[in-house]
Write a protein that binds this ligand. Structure first.
Ligand code: ACO
Length: 370
């Protein structure tokens, strides 16, 4: 069957649920466990792997030697510098009241696309990931009315990110848990934004365009946009005496509770336990501690009432808040980390050399003008 004839067999599933549309060597979920290029994330997290090594793993499908990791780190740090024109454009955008996520998309669209390297140097990929990171950090500084900082060359990339975001001296504990957050968000098989990236890459569009598709898709409230909404929902629920009543009402009205549910993870999202472990070790303020307590009570309530499980977006905001990151930047930090995976998927899809073009079941009517 060539797929063009009348005899084609078509399968339909809402939201492509349980449909396999591509092959990948990058990541997979098996029995609620997540693997990056065959490594269980638990292994990567428990042996202190730096984010830079996970980037290299996703891009080259093998863990880098110390020498390669240093080279990648150096290259990423070099590209963290922003031009004066870019800083001016960001500043003007903020003064015009444009939200940071939209500004990120608009400035990234102006980034001069390198030819895709895909080679050992990963020059195009490195420049793009570092530029996107620099934009996010600069936007955070500007919205906090703080000066933009220059990267420190001999620091690990993930520590530079923390420095460029927050400026103030961060502790090794912060760096450790920030690194963990970056690794946890780096990839997840064929999630919605990664699929969008792959569709775009399948048209042989450039890497910048691929990432723009990922960014635009991730920001949706049912995807990465959920983390900021969890924070806002929780702020409201913290004020309620009876959060149970409020949640029950939401469930009765078939409202979605942000930060709960997942398409692939069934019994639990393994990333949540790691984030909770971070919250158990970080030095939380009284109000973040209360928020964490209330979040856990809500988790128990929703498990009991509807069998819902929390996803990665549920607790991540409290970790970022403990670092001093503003809530509207939680989805941007998600995007920063996930762009490592997006780039890997874009390159892999491009190498498959076929366009993604599925069929739709037509449910309209047919007419005749005669
Ligand atoms: N709140 C209330 N009910 C929920 C929730 C939720 N968050 N999630 C799922 N359900 C219910 C559904 O209503 C459905 O109930 P029903 O069988 O009575 O109709 C049942 O659980 C199954 O859910 P589906 O909608 O089939 O799950 P799907 O795989 O289509 O959607 C999704 C997954 C989009 C994550 C969904 O759970 C959701 O919208 N969650 C809230 C938003 C969110 O947290 N998104 C972040 C996801 S993780 C990420 O993208 C980074």
């Amino acid at each position: 069957m060539d797929g063009k004839g009348d005899s084609i067999i078509m399968t339909h599933s809402d939201g492509l649920k349980n449909i396999i549309v591509e092959t990948t060597e990058l990541s997979t979920i098996i029995n609620d466990n997540l693997y990056y290029c065959g490594y269980p994330i638990e292994d990567l997290l428990s042996d202190g792997t730096p984010f830079e090594s996970v980037i290299a793993l996703l891009w080259s499908k093998s863990l880098p030697t110390a020498e390669l990791r240093c080279a990648l780190n150096k290259s990423l740090n070099t590209h963290l510098h922003l031009s004066a024109d870019t800083v001016l454009a960001l500043t003007q955008g903020i003064h015009q009241g444009i939200d940071p996520y939209s500004l990120l998309i608009s400035r990234l669209a102006c980034f001069k696309a390198f030819p895709v390297s895909g080679g050992a140097g990963f020059d195009a990929e490195t420049a793009l990931l570092a530029h996107l990171s620099a934009l996010i950090c600069a936007l955070h500084r500007l919205t906090q009315h703080q000066p933009i900082l220059e990267p420190i060359q001999d620091r690990p990339f993930h520590e530079n990110l923390l420095y460029l975001l927050l400026g103030r001296a961060y502790t090794p504990l912060h760096a450790f848990h920030f690194n963990r957050m970056m690794i946890l968000h780096a990839d997840l098989e064929l999630n919605a934004s990664t699929f969008a990236v792959r569709i775009n890459a399948s048209t042989q569009a450039d890497l910048v365009s691929n990432l723009l598709c990922g960014l635009a898709t991730l920001r949706g409230p049912l995807h990465g946009g959920a983390c900021e909404r969890v924070w806002n929902m929780m702020t409201q629920l913290m004020q309620e005496n009876s959060f149970e009543e409020q949640l029950q009402e939401m469930l009765n009205h078939h409202e979605l509770i942000m930060g709960f549910g997942h398409r692939i993870f069934v019994r639990h999202d393994p990333r949540v336990s790691w984030i909770k472990d971070s919250l158990n070790h970080l030095d939380l303020t009284k109000s973040d501690q209360l928020r964490y307590q209330r979040s856990m009570e809500i988790e128990s309530f929703l498990a009991h009432e509807k069998g819902l499980i929390p996803n990665i977006d549920y607790y991540s905001g409290i970790v970022y808040h403990s670092f001093g990151v503003a809530p509207d930047f939680y989805p941007l930090l998600f995007a920063l980390s996930r762009s490592a995976g997006w780039i890997a998927h874009a390159n892999e899809q491009r190498s498959h050399a076929h366009i993604i073009h599925p069929r739709a079941a037509y449910t309209g009517s047919f007419h005749s003008r005669s």
